[in-house]
Design a protein around this ligand. Structure first.
Ligand SMILES: [Zn+2]
Ligand SMILES: [Zn+2]
Length: 324
């Protein structure tokens, strides 16, 4: 089968011919129908995460059709395979409902080969049934942009006025969820990015502007999806006392020092790491009842480098999705 693999950091992915993988006990093999491209794939391609083995097939927003293996799904079922690929089930985190922090967790497209390929394997316990009503490419961004975005959203609490820094795949999904729940969305983009600001307004944002601008209202919470550490102090300035600033990404540039006065007033800064299976179920149940229009920009598998480049340069209005 064909797979687009990372062989070394900061080098383009290579189109390789590799054997079709055979499922072990408890695993399913899926034919990949679509696989989303996430900023984490960029961090892996750029060698910004520790613990990466090469070559690796990235991709952790896999929509696939079950072909073989496992018992939980029937052959022909459409399933979603997210970032969380395996947990030990025994450590203090697994035992307390926090498997997202499992010390031995293995992640799809990082420790385990992912979906930038024609076929993929997954532990069936970590696969999700997908809601009807979403096409394959449209369902793919739900699996990380949606899912880890939703965990970040939950961490932000009952914020009536919610700021989103970085209006990409995750924010475009969450903005719709927030609007459906009667919240106001304030979208912060790269300074001067009129296209992204217009995109945010089309999705129901109350206000959109550059990350260097001041929103017209003080915010109750802000979520940072852009991997830019300097935005932490910007977001702290934008939230009111008691407000939360949630960092939704796996990697961020260093956070510059800032005056304690910005944190004062019981403001909180918090990261969000990975996801649990129950996060996945909660979000996908929500997606089944809340219509979310995901904007999928599709690329054939062999053009994965182009998709990653467009993501890196902020050229996407929505989510890049590879279709083998
Ligand atoms: Zn991701
Ligand atoms: Zn564990």
């Amino acid at each position: 089968m064909r797979a687009m693999r990372v062989h070394a950091p900061r080098k383009p992915l290579v189109l390789d011919e590799v054997p079709v993988p055979q499922p072990a006990a408890g695993q399913v093999r899926v034919k990949v129908l679509a696989c989303g491209v996430c900023r984490t794939d960029l961090h892996i391609a750029d060698g910004e995460l520790t613990d990466c083995r090469y070559p690796v097939t990235p991709g952790h927003e896999i929509v696939g059709r079950v072909e073989a293996g496992g018992r939980r799904f029937a052959v022909g079922d459409r399933v979603g395979i997210p970032w969380l690929g395996w947990t030990c089930g025994e450590c203090e985190y697994c035992a307390s409902g926090r498997e997202n922090l499992c010390v031995q967790a293995r992640f799809t497209g990082y420790h385990l080969d992912g979906g930038f390929a024609e076929y993929a394997l997954a532990d069936e316990r970590f696969c999700h049934a997908l809601p009807e009503g979403y096409g394959d490419a449209e369902a793919a961004p739900l699996l990380c942009a949606g899912l880890i975005g939703y965990r970040s959203y939950a961490m932000a609490g009952e914020a009536k006025r919610l700021g989103l820094y970085g209006f990409g795949a995750a924010a475009h999904v969450l903005a719709q969820v927030a609007r459906a729940q009667g919240r106001e969305v304030y979208a912060f983009t790269r300074p001067g990015d009129a296209g992204a600001q217009a995109f945010a307004m089309r999705l129901g944002a109350t206000w959109a502007g550059g990350s260097d601008e001041t929103a017209p209202e003080q915010l109750d919470a802000a979520i940072l999806f852009a991997p830019v550490g300097a935005l932490v102090s910007q977001a702290l300035k934008a939230v009111k006392p008691g407000g939360r600033v949630v960092c939704g990404g796996i990697h961020m540039s260093d956070i510059p020092s800032f005056p304690y006065a910005l944190l004062w007033g019981e403001r909180r800064v918090q990261s969000v790491a990975n996801l649990t299976r129950s996060d996945g179920k909660a979000f996908l149940d929500l997606a089944a009842t809340t219509p979310i229009r995901t904007e999928a920009i599709t690329y054939p598998l062999e053009r994965a480098n182009e998709a990653l480049g467009d993501l890196r340069d902020g050229r996407l209005e929505g989510a890049a999705v590879l279709v083998p």
